[in-house]
Design a protein around this ligand. Structure first.
Ligand SMILES: *[C@@H]1O[C@H](CO)[C@@H](O)[C@H](O)[C@H]1NC(C)=O
Length: 493
């Protein structure tokens, strides 16, 4: 089992939510002249895909990622017995789907004195057709790993590698790297938790620290939309916190367009346990205990939101607007107001979980105060329109320009409806499959996001039985399973 142990104004009426990074903002970082070498990666957790039985089980992920504009999956590996089987499937599937992959060594499991083992693992896969090559070298990345002997890795690998580890400025030796991945895609307190008064390290601060440490070498910048993890004493890896989410997915992509780094890594494809997945819930995976906050919480609308941003990034442009060909609304929200009281049934309240990591908190996730009780909407339009949002009893409308823009509406308990209106006519509209409720779903504090799209997907994205295997573990309240669409089913019954 793989686990990451390391680490708007409220619009009550009808005012547009200001974009965090209007295109007029100039950064001190020069934009790259060369755009053709820009690449987008997405972090893929091999540690939860041990239930895949053939290369074909990776085909849908490869096809969806490629279609979105992702160039390569960063295959995060630990040292589990199934790792080689799954790596081989992933490399084979990537090859036949015209995708690229590379290994990302996870130093929660590898140790920095294992440079020789890292090098020989690289050698095992480096010659396969789907291996990502950059500047003629075998691309390799990591999670953490500061201090490893890079010369030893290269001599064990027996070939030149493009070493893009997740070193930390001030810790790892940036003289040894070809690029570096910044993992911290969320504003934080400098200590792997949400910002606190007097301790706020923004994602942009992290960008600058990496750019400074890299001294002109290419930067591998992170992009993520969310972070919520809520493991209690029912598992040995208890941890419970959020980083600020809200409009992050939209704001960060605008920052990426301004920054225009050579590489971007989406964090992540399928780390359901930390709620930063963009893969469908149906992407095959095992249940590390996260299903209690992942069930009925699809995120694949975020794939759709990023599509024009990825195209603009690769073209070196600062606006996604000319890459919007299909009109859409992408919306998201937490399923309950943040003040809801779940202490009597929440899974983090019982027992005496190990807290040697400092990552375990009881009750509401640490950092919950950084999340706003709002519904977020990104409109992707080819011409101006009125966006109408009904969140429970709250009604709001916005005059949206052509292109991409974002809005926030005060969260209202009840149904959530979204519409694009032009000249008094509704062009597109839909009611979300997920109501906002004033109760503890499955008894727990669920600070994950529900992401929907107008027009909606044709099929309802759901966890399969393997993805739900640990659903009941630790729960102290009833937990109806796969409820999305139940309302519609009832209505037509
Ligand atoms: C776990 O450790 C962190 C860091 O020391 C601390 O802030 C937190 O309160 C601890 N959790 C519990 C439940 O005591």
């Amino acid at each position: 089992m793989h686990l990451k142990t390391l680490f708007l104004a409220l619009v009550a009426g009808a005012a547009a939510f200001p974009q965090a990074k209007p295109s007029e903002v100039h950064t001190t970082v020069a934009r790259a002249d060369e755009t053709s070498d820009k690449l987008v990666f997405c972090h893929f957790m091999i540690g939860i895909s041990s239930n895949r039985h053939s290369a074909a089980d990776y085909d849908i992920d490869m096809q969806q990622a490629k279609d979105l504009g992702i160039d390569a999956f960063a295959l995060n590996i630990g040292v589990d017995p199934y790792t080689d089987t799954q790596l081989a499937y992933a490399y084979e599937s990537a090859a036949r789907n015209d995708m690229k992959v590379f290994i990302s060594f996870d130093f929660n499991w590898y140790h920095v004195d294992q440079a020789a083992a890292v090098g020989s693992k690289i050698a095992q896969y480096a010659g396969r057709p789907a291996q990502l090559m950059v500047d003629g070298k075998v691309f390799v990345s990591s999670f953490s790993g500061d201090g490893i002997d890079v010369a030893q890795i290269k001599s064990s690998a027996g070939r030149d590698i493009f070493w893009a580890p997740n070193y930390h400025p001030g810790v790892g030796n940036f003289g040894d790297v070809d690029s570096a991945l910044n993992w911290m895609a969320w504003d934080n307190d400098g200590n792997n938790k949400a910002p606190k008064p007097g301790a706020d390290v923004t994602v942009a601060d992290g960008d600058q620290a990496f750019i400074d440490a890299l001294g002109g070498k290419p930067y591998l910048a992170p992009a993520s939309g969310w972070f919520f993890t809520h493991f209690g004493g029912e598992v040995p890896y208890s941890k419970n916190w959020v980083f600020p989410g809200d409009l992050l997915w939209y704001n960060r992509w605008n920052e990426i367009l301004e920054l225009s780094p050579r590489f971007v890594e989406i964090v992540t494809w399928n780390d359901y346990g930390e709620s930063h997945y963009i893969a469908p819930l149906s992407s095959p995976h095992t249940d590390d205990g996260a299903s209690k906050w992942v069930m009925d919480m699809p995120h694949s609308g975020w794939l759709e939101m990023s599509r024009p941003f990825i195209a603009a990034y690769k073209a070196g442009e600062s606006s996604p607007n000319s890459y919007i060909s299909e009109e859409k609304l992408i919306y998201w929200y937490r399923p309950t107001p943040r003040d809801i009281e779940c202490d009597s049934t929440d899974t983090t309240m019982g027992g005496n979980p190990d807290n040697s990591t400092g990552n375990f908190f009881r009750g509401r996730p640490d950092g919950w105060e950084t999340m706003q009780d709002e519904v977020f909407v990104v409109s992707l339009l080819t011409s101006p329109a009125t966006i109408k949002v009904t969140s429970g009893d709250v009604e709001a409308s916005f005059e949206a320009p052509a292109g991409a823009s974002a809005y926030a509406v005060e969260m209202g308990v009840g149904q959530q409806t979204f519409a694009i209106v032009r000249d008094g006519e509704t062009v597109l509209s839909d009611t979300s499959l997920k109501d906002i409720v004033d109760e503890c779903i499955c008894g727990i504090y669920n600070f994950n996001a529900y992401v929907g799209v107008v027009p909606p997907a044709e099929t309802i994205d759901q966890l399969d039985s393997t993805g739900l295997a640990a659903l009941g573990q630790g729960l102290m309240a009833p937990c109806p399973t796969n409820t999305l669409g139940a309302r519609a089913a009832r209505a037509t019954a």
